[in-house]
Write a protein that binds this ligand. Sequence first.
Ligand code: FES
Ligand SMILES: [Fe+2]
Length: 206
Amino acid sequence: MFIRNAWYVAAWADEVSDTPLARRICNEPVVLFRDHAGKAAALLDMCCHRGAPLSIGKVTDLGIECGYHGLTFDAAGCCVRIPGQGRIPERARIRNFPLVEQDGFLWIWMGDAAKADTSTIVRYPWHNDTENWPHKHTMYAIKGSAMLMVDNLMDLTHLGYVHGSTIGGNPMTHVEAKMDTVRTPMGLKFDRWMLNSLPPPPTYEP
Ligand code: FES
Ligand SMILES: [Fe+2]
């Protein structure tokens, strides 16, 4: 069960290039790629011809070319080329997902595209100011329910104990952090203030 009408981080913006990237989001196969203009796009990772994953194809000037028989689809999922055939049927198209590049992330909408309101995407402007807010990023595949991950990240009092030798630092700075919690139309937002505490060392590995 997934909430589909919501924005999800599909990838870091710098993970996606003109080499297709396969990812499973809300249990659906998705292919992410950048077209010739550098614009990132997300399509269902399943060719409408014979079902091959588009992610094992390649990006050309026209779009993403299926590695099975060469049908090519643009960033909107419309078929733009069928080798050996001039006529392109109307229904030769792939499901396209709304995708927004913002603050170093690619945000995807897996639900009803008509309801995708980009103003509801969580902002994280610090990613755009790497001089004052340097950060390191990566992606982990976690074998477990996404709900457990949300639960984990909202319970940061464990940091001083589970991660005592890395990001945990002094356990009491985590336990005593001041929380500003606000209900939002979509859920909950909290700011967590750990005043006068040193940030974790820049070289940390979890
Ligand atoms: S399966 Fe994609 S072109 Fe045939
Ligand atoms: Fe943890």
